[in-house]
Design a protein around this ligand. Structure first.
Ligand SMILES: [Zn+2]
Length: 371
């Protein structure tokens, strides 16, 4: 009898001791860093690898252990734009080209930022385009047209995204201001200050900010992606510093926005430069994830741009010749790289709507489509 009592006491103690471990297991993935190279297909990555480190070496993204492929078509077009694919990757629903955060019939669907906020995760968006551009906008806002950048600026602040870093100052200033892009008198910058955001407009102000909510706008519309601006890597590092202060985890989206623009221009050197800048930001994210051990890093693209392939070149990677099939987006599937807890779920070929559905499963999002 005494033995039985001791045994059952032992079992009770053992089951108590197991509990915290179990909890950790159900939410092994604490943070998500979602990195989108706009317009970045396999051609852009191959070319950048060959030109930068040679065909036998690796970019940072090449070192990520799990790889997959993603289909990008939208609800109404074979060839997507960034609004429809951003919406797919943020809400788990397909929509029409140009639409953000709504289904084709106009129904609002929950986005990844809102879903993460509901479980008390911190959220951040970083881009080198205007922060009101289609990809960052699709993570946190709802508008009928991606062109409604004034409304997107208002919603980004209203929706309390903790960290917003990129271009687009003009969309936050009232029309009386010489740099304004607005057609009304709303002063979103002042609204942001009043609701607790620190404002940064230079690299120094970015690095020195001690705030928990930060709005960094480095240029009236898009960033130049040259000094003295902060680099995409600088912005990623700062965002991680702020967001990782949240004990309940964070979601950060980082966009290499201008790979797409170089490809629209069929400007090979610019594609290489922008993809390198994106890869430097990926290095910052991976460093963080390797130390943290509970951070999932996903690197992918919203669509391919340019139909780019390397046609000719020396064995050592010099004298590359690029071929382009388009000055716009293509229907090519795009690559995906994953690192961290749950990364193995991103192996294979799947639709872009599956990406947030996999996030939802890994971080236990509520009332959100799950795979
Ligand atoms: Zn584009």
């Amino acid at each position: 009898m005494k033995k039985l009592l001791i045994l059952s006491l032992f079992l009770i103690l053992a089951s108590c001791a197991e509990k915290p471990q179990k909890e950790l297991k159900t939410r092994n993935c604490k943070n998500v860093i979602f990195m989108i190279g706009d317009g970045m297909g396999t051609g852009h990555i191959s070319a950048t690898r060959i030109a930068t480190v040679g065909p036998d070496s690796a970019l940072t993204m090449d070192t990520m252990p799990y790889t997959g492929f993603v289909k990008t078509h939208s609800a109404n077009r074979l060839i997507t734009d960034s609004a429809a694919s951003g919406t797919a990757m943020s809400t788990g629903y397909k929509t029409d080209n140009g639409v953000i955060g709504l289904t084709p019939n106009g129904t609002r669907v929950k986005n990844i930022v809102k879903a993460c906020q509901e479980i008390n995760m911190a959220t951040g968006l970083v881009a080198t385009s205007s922060i009101t551009h289609a990809t960052p906008a699709s993570m946190a806002t709802h508008v009928e047209s991606r062109n409604q950048q004034n409304e997107i600026a208002r919603q980004l602040i209203e929706n309390k995204v903790d960290v917003l870093l990129g271009g687009g100052l003009g969309f936050f200033l009232p029309q009386s201001h010489p740099l304004s892009k607005r057609t009304d008198d709303l002063d979103i910058l002042s609204t942001a200050k009043e609701s607790g955001y620190d404002i940064a407009q230079t690299r120094e102000e970015l690095l020195n900010s001690q705030a928990k909510k930060l709005l960094g706008l480095f240029g009236p519309v898009s960033m130049k992606t040259t000094e003295p601006e902060p680099s995409l890597a600088d912005m990623t590092e700062k965002a991680l510093k702020i967001l990782s202060g949240r004990k309940t985890g964070f979601f950060l989206m980082v966009e290499g926005s201008q790979i797409d623009w170089g490809a629209h221009d069929n400007d090979f050197q610019e594609v290489l430069r922008q993809t390198r800048l994106f890869d430097e930001a990926i290095a910052v994210a991976l460093d963080f994830a390797k130390k943290d051990k509970h951070t999932l890093v996903i690197v992918t693209s919203d669509h391919e741009t340019g139909g780019l392939a390397v046609n000719k070149g020396d064995r050592d990677g010099k004298n590359l010749v690029a071929g382009w099939t388009s000055g716009s987006h293509t229907a090519e599937m795009v690559p995906l790289f994953a690192y961290g807890p749950g990364g193995q779920r991103f192996v294979g070929l799947f639709d872009n709507t599956k990406i947030p559905q996999k996030f939802a499963q890994l971080i236990d999002l509520k009332d959100f489509p799950q795979e």
